[in-house]
Write a protein that binds this ligand. Structure first.
Ligand code: 4AD
Ligand code: MG
Length: 566
């Protein structure tokens, strides 16, 4: 079949049912997924010659060392291809160790009756081997805990769990772009380095070159000390001498050549002096002015930070392009050691013009539902792995969320429910109007009371960010949080305050400086528009989907207090 013809698609795993096993376009192998994830388990491909490449999950020599079976995984799906190698083809000892990489060529054959798999590969030629010394390989075959794997982030993608999460994560990213593109949203890249604190919570990592500059200078000054007073004085004297020599030659009307030569020497002496003067001004340490750090000498000539959210910047595009979204890494220097917080996490942030809180909630609900359905349609084999190994209810939860309406409660209603139930159960954090909901409260609403996602809206303005629209009651803001079972807060969003005077007042009220937000205020000064948006914590979505317990296991390279490996 030609590469651009559309073959039939298996809905469950989206593997095409080609008659022949085609090599991947940019790789010298047939993907194992395209062999064994077909509805016929690959048996329809028996008799075909293929090349495959992957890593040995388990290998064993059999028949007194006359042949070996390898369970080969290439990351394209959770399942392994069984590969049989004859001792005559290659030395078996170097192939069977867990973690070995092999690239082999052979014939697909139906295994004998009664075998578990529907197809296996009989190797005719071993093309490449990346050997492993089993005595030293950090990931032995025994079942490894996720905690253990966190100390080995560079090799953990080789485990079934971390590779399944990687595929689920990829699927959710694809679903995200598909959903927003389908609804006419434009993908906007917002900056990672910023000068404004979106949440106003002061949890930003600072970006500065002042420290490395100071360290570099310190080293340089040790190697090459600044000039002494005496060095400077003699350089000044030399300039004076050379100056006088030029004056004398000029008054004696000496030849042009001689004068030019003397002028050149004077210039050299002046240059040397100014270099020494410059160096004598160099002071070790971070530059200060009026007792404070002098950021005018920093890389951006002002203080700069890693972004906590792309919202403020993406609003600039929403206020002219209408419907936009940003999806990128965000950073928070919170010292939280919880299983729900990372210092670096990814956020999906749509922003919609001519939209109020109701539209925002509708969009959030549709997007979460879309992602759940997407995983059911495209990632079922990985989800089945999660159900088998981590969370029996993971697939049921996706089905439930994809098909049922989210409960909606105002914050005031939520507090009333929590107050009512605190008569029977003890919450660690006291419930009263005005508190920020603690995760035990959120989990009570989603896991106990409603057993469904819950959207809580209209929060007290005192506990929410400055940019949220103040409601007519002047006590609450048009904020909404989407809470989901198992995880708690998945999404935080709001209708934005579009009234210039009100938002300016809110910034001041919160004790924030106006200067970094002047550009943001311009969006309200000129052509202001009602608009809304939200942020979905991407890792929280993966936690929700997979049922894993710790957010550190669903991001490839977790960063949290005390840890930033690789
Ligand atoms: O509720 P948050 O702080 O909202 C914002 O940042 C808004 N500016 C978004 C917007 O309206 N465009 O964060 C949004 C979501 C949270 O609901 C949570 O899922 C996730 O981001 N989140 C974190 N995820 C992992 N680690 C952390 N430290 C997180 N902090 C927030
Ligand atoms: Mg929030």
């Amino acid at each position: 079949m030609s590469a651009d013809a559309s073959p039939p698609v298996d809905q469950k795993s989206a593997v095409t049912l080609a008659d022949t096993a085609e090599e991947a376009l940019f790789s010298q192998r047939v993907l194992i997924r395209s062999i064994i994830c077909r509805p016929d388990g690959g048996s329809g491909l028996a008799g075909q010659k293929v090349r495959v490449g992957g890593w040995v999950k388990t290998g064993r020599e059999q028949g007194k060392g006359s042949f070996a079976f390898l369970e080969l995984n290439d990351g394209s799906c959770p399942a392994n291809l069984q590969v049989m190698v004859d001792a005559a083809v290659a030395p078996l000892g170097q192939l069977v160790a867990t973690g070995t990489c092999v690239h082999v060529e052979g014939e697909l054959k139906e295994p004998p009756e009664g075998a578990k798999q529907r197809i296996e590969l009989r190797v005719e030629k071993v093309l490449e081997v990346g050997t492993v010394d089993p005595a030293k390989y950090p990931l032995p075959k025994t079942r490894l805990t996720l905690e253990f794997l966190r100390d080995c982030v560079h090799l953990r993608p080789r485990t079934n769990t971390i590779s399944a999460i990687a595929r689920i994560r990829n699927a959710l990213a694809y679903a995200t772009h598909t959903f927003f593109q389908k609804h006419g949203f434009l993908y906007v890249h917002t900056p990672i380095i910023t000068t404004s604190d979106c949440e106003g919570a002061g949890e930003m990592f600072q970006v500065t070159t002042l420290i490395n500059d100071a360290e570099k200078l310190e080293k340089e000054l040790i190697k090459n000390p600044p000039p002494s007073e005496a060095d400077l004085e003699s350089a000044i004297l030399l300039v004076k001498d050379k100056g006088e020599a030029v004056a004398q030659l000029k008054s004696a009307k000496t030849s042009k050549e001689e004068i030019n030569a003397a002028v050149a020497e004077l210039t050299k002496a002046k240059e040397n002096l100014s270099k020494l003067e410059e160096r004598s001004k160099l002071k070790p340490g971070i530059p200060q002015k009026d007792g404070k750090i002098d950021y005018s000498l920093d890389f951006f000539a002002r203080q700069a930070f890693l972004t906590v959210s792309g919202q403020l910047q993406v609003e600039t595009f929403a206020c002219c392009l209408g419907s936009v979204y940003t999806f990128g890494p965000t950073f928070r220097a919170e010292h939280s050691h919880t299983s729900r917080h990372l210092a670096e996490f990814w956020m999906v942030e749509p922003e919609i013009a001519f939209a109020d809180l109701e539209d925002d909630m509708k969009c959030a609900e549709a997007y979460v539902k879309f992602m759940c359905q997407w995983l059911l349609d495209n990632c079922l084999d990985d989800m089945e792995f999660m159900v088998k190994n981590f969370d029996k209810s993971a697939i049921d939860r996706l089905r439930l969320v994809a098909s049922t309406d989210f409960v909606r409660l105002s914050y005031t209603e939520a507090i009333a429910i929590l107050e009512e139930s605190s008569k029977e159960r003890q919450f660690e954090n006291k419930v009263e109007w005005g508190i920020d909901l603690a995760s035990e409260h959120e989990r009570f609403l989603t896991d106990v009371k409603f057993k469904s996602p819950v959207i809580v809206y209209n929060y007290p303005k005192g506990i929410k960010a400055f940019y949220m629209k103040v409601n007519a009651d002047n006590k609450t803001v048009a904020a909404m949080d989407v809470l989901v079972p198992k995880v708690g807060e998945l999404i935080g969003g709001s209708q934005r305050e579009e009234r210039y005077e009100v938002i300016q007042e809110r910034i001041l009220e919160m004790g924030l400086p106006l200067e970094p937000y002047e550009w943001y205020l311009d969006l309200r000064r000129y052509g202001t528009v009602k608009h809304s948006g939200f942020g979905l914590g991407f890792e929280r979505m993966i936690l929700f989907a997979t049922g894993l317990d710790n957010i550190r296991d669903v991001i490839p390279f977790p960063r949290y207090p005390g840890r930033a490996d690789l």
